[in-house]
Write a protein that binds this ligand. Structure first.
Ligand code: PMP
Length: 416
């Protein structure tokens, strides 16, 4: 690090330990899939704001709309008040996303972040069913507030806060034990009320677990989970905070499984330009909130509505979906190649769409590869219970050239 940067970090540190250990620089500018730091060094972004920047940094159409709105003294914050950006977002979301997919949901603004949508989903499921417990899955990640943390199956993140709460239980995710049907286990568990949990209000599921290590559930397994929910009258909540908004190739990650969840949680890229926004989609019959029963100050961010509405134009045709699928196969071919060509990694390919990773054996190796990639100009992060998975979340709009360049940097880092 340059003396100047080190000094800046020291100044920041004296206020609070807040600087990034993973990416020890100060970032200044970003466009599309590229970022630049204060030294002018260029980076390819395979992190995309932890999945909040599916449409890349500073999309020009979003920028123009936002600047115009601010210049015209538009209302920035308005809670539940009616505004044009809010109205337009609701209309466009129904028109572009729900209608063509034959989906019927009430759209709720639960608060600005992913954990807010999960909390609202858990609350409404408990209210509607009159039941307490919730089933989630091994290695699930649903957020950092007490309710969402309770269904997050990560002991490091939970234990300090004294969770899980006694009403939550984690069941084996698809393929958790190789060649063992976790569906049969779940069914037996529900039949056998003596096993420790009463009939749950809801099952909450990520079809691809991001923080949990890029574990993609098989589509027929997802379908079977839906059947179990129907049979037992349990609400199915799909947490699409990370896997949604096109990340896996379709707007909702569950589309290829052909399911119709009772509740869907969206955040991260729903705000288009990286602006904080979350929505909870609730089947009309389950929208049983009393007025004011779930509220929060920052639900009416009109800048987020504007960027979110603009982002929806990406879904008016199949073009983005097709492009994601093409890039997803470039990514998976590269990962499979590393697994084969570098046996010392004992690598395993994970994930679906532009949400993939490579699990690597050996403590700290994945982190070392990411650190080397950073030196070489690629921003990439790890996930998984032991940070053993190098996780690829490039912006969906990355071109093939940028994707291949980033993958080359990663390969050079592996070699190193
Ligand atoms: N659910 C999932 C699947 C997530 O990946 C995340 C964030 N990584 C959350 C919920 C929580 O979102 P937030 O950090 O915005 O609260």
């Amino acid at each position: 690090l340059s003396d100047k940067k080190m000094k800046t970090f020291e100044e920041i540190e004296s206020a609070v330990r807040s600087y990034s250990r993973g990416w020890p620089t100060i970032f200044e500018k970003a466009k599309g899939y590229k970022m630049w730091d204060t030294d002018g060094k260029e980076y390819i972004d395979f992190f995309a704001g932890a999945g909040a920047l599916n449409y890349g940094h500073n999309d020009e159409a979003m920028q123009e709309k936002l600047i115009e709105y601010i210049k015209n003294d538009g209302i920035l914050h308005s809670l539940d008040m009616g505004t044009n950006p809010r109205k337009e977002f609701l209309e466009r979301f129904k028109e572009v996303i729900l209608k063509p997919r034959d989906l019927d949901y009430k759209i709720m603004f639960p608060g600005p972040t992913g954990t807010n949508t999960v909390e609202s989903a858990l609350k409404i499921a408990r209210k509607v069913t009159g039941r307490d417990s919730v089933i989630s899955f091994t290695n699930a990640f649903h957020g950092m507030t007490i309710g969402s943390l309770s269904v997050t199956a990560n002991s490091f993140k939970r234990h300090g806060a004294g969770v899980p709460l006694h009403h939550t239980v984690s069941m084996p995710f698809d393929d958790y034990v190789e060649d063992q049907s976790s569906i049969a286990y779940l069914e037996k568990f529900l039949e056998d009320s003596g096993s420790g949990v009463a009939l749950p209000a809801a099952i909450i599921l990520e079809t691809v677990q991001g923080e949990g290590g890029m574990n993609a559930a098989r589509l027929d397994w997802v379908k079977q989970i839906e059947s179990i929910c129907k049979r037992w009258d349990i609400l199915l909540i799909i947490d699409d905070v990370q896997a949604g908004c096109g990340r896996t190739g379709t707007f909702f990650s569950f589309e290829p499984a052909g399911i119709n969840p009772d509740i869907v949680c969206l955040s991260k890229s729903i705000g288009g330009a990286g602006l904080p926004m979350a929505i909870t989609l609730i089947k009309p019959e389950y929208d049983q909130w009393e007025p004011g029963e779930h509220n929060g100050t920052f639900r009416g961010n009109n800048l987020a509505f504007i960027a979110a509405t603009e982002a929806l134009t990406n879904w008016e045709t199949d073009d983005l979906s097709k492009a994601i699928q093409e890039k997803a196969s470039i990514l998976s071919d590269a990962i499979k190649g590393w697994v084969k060509n570098y046996p010392a990694l004992k690598g395993e390919a994970r994930g679906r769409g532009l949400m993939q990773g490579i699990a690597i054996e050996g403590e700290g190796i994945a982190d070392e590869i990411c650190a080397e990639a950073f030196n070489r100009g690629l921003i990439v992060e790890t996930s998984g219970p032991n940070d053993e998975v190098v996780k690829f979340l490039p912006p969906l709009i990355i071109d093939n050239d940028g994707l291949k360049k980033g993958l080359q940097i990663l390969e050079d880092s592996i070699k190193q």
